[in-house]
Design a protein around this ligand. Structure first.
Ligand code: MG
Ligand code: MG
Ligand code: MG
Length: 269
């Protein structure tokens, strides 16, 4: 087992999961902790754009954690979205902006949940509360996460706090939110290389309510009709996913990030 704390976001990591892990790594290092940001799976093209922009190497990938491993969860709390073995890890802290479910610990922990649009908005506040200077690298990481999770402030989950944090981070980093944000979002919408199976798993969340197991997956695009050209193949992939994983429902959301429209393909068992 590694002695240092491992920090990670959810499986199928999105930009918030990766960026918030890296920012928390910096936060803890500033306080003298031995920590490492890691990831639970491949990063998407949008996140790749951010890491390339900053010249940051990909965090190390892990699949599971050993019993007693000290971990910090960002951008998720539900065990089914976390690392294998999470039930017996020592969860030191959670910083998240999602509902709390399927979550339980043996020991006391630091838990910070706020109903804002992005984990990085909470991290921005943590830096402020600690009077910790925010450097350009972390400012760009947090700004990228906020732009990603709020789709440039257009998503219904976006709050005034997300906007305020992002504007402060833009000042610190000297970045134009709109032009950088649009390039970043567009980088993530290049879907041509993906098979239907990959498409429906790009940003897929496994959820359960009572005995119902379901998945909500989303892809962002600048042209919904391009994705719908592959509707039949996508439906086949969804049906396969449902039967292979014993799901009751699969909801696939295709979102036009420029016009904030979505088309939904939902299939029941
Ligand atoms: Mg996320
Ligand atoms: Mg998030
Ligand atoms: Mg998301």
């Amino acid at each position: 087992m590694e002695n240092k704390m491992l920090i990670f976001g959810h499986k199928n990591p999105d930009t918030d999961s990766i960026c918030s892990s890296l920012v928390m790594e910096k936060f803890y290092k500033n306080l003298g902790f031995d920590v490492e940001a890691v990831r639970l799976g491949n990063v998407n093209k949008e996140t790749e754009y951010v890491l390339n922009y900053l010249g940051i190497l990909l965090p190390r990938e892990i699949q599971k954690v050993e019993e007693g491993q000290k971990v910090v969860l960002v951008d998720h709390n539900e065990f089914n979205q976390s690392a294998e073995g999470i039930e017996s890890a020592t969860i030191e802290a959670v910083i998240d902006h999602h509902r709390i479910a399927n979550f339980q610990t043996k020991d006391p922990l630091y838990y910070r949940a706020e109903p804002v649009g992005c984990t990085s908005t909470i991290l921005y506040k943590k830096f402020k509360e600690e009077n910790m200077a925010i450097e350009k690298r972390e400012a760009i990481l947090m700004l990228s996460a906020i732009v990603s999770d709020t789709l440039l402030f257009k998503s219904p989950t976006c709050t005034q706090e997300d906007k305020n944090a992002c504007e402060e981070l833009a000042k610190i980093s000297g970045i134009d939110i709109n032009s950088y944000g649009l390039e970043m979002l567009k980088a993530g919408t290049d879907l041509n290389d993906f098979t239907p199976e990959q498409l429906i798993n790009l940003d897929a969340k496994s959820l359960s309510k009572g005995n119902t197991k379901y998945v909500i997956a989303q892809v962002n695009t600048v042209a919904i009709e391009d994705v719908l050209k592959r509707e039949e193949e996508i439906k086949e992939a969804i049906k396969k996913e449902i039967s292979e994983n014993g799901l009751d429902l699969f909801v696939f959301v295709i979102t036009d990030i420029l016009n904030s429209n979505s088309e939904i393909i939902a299939i029941r068992k």
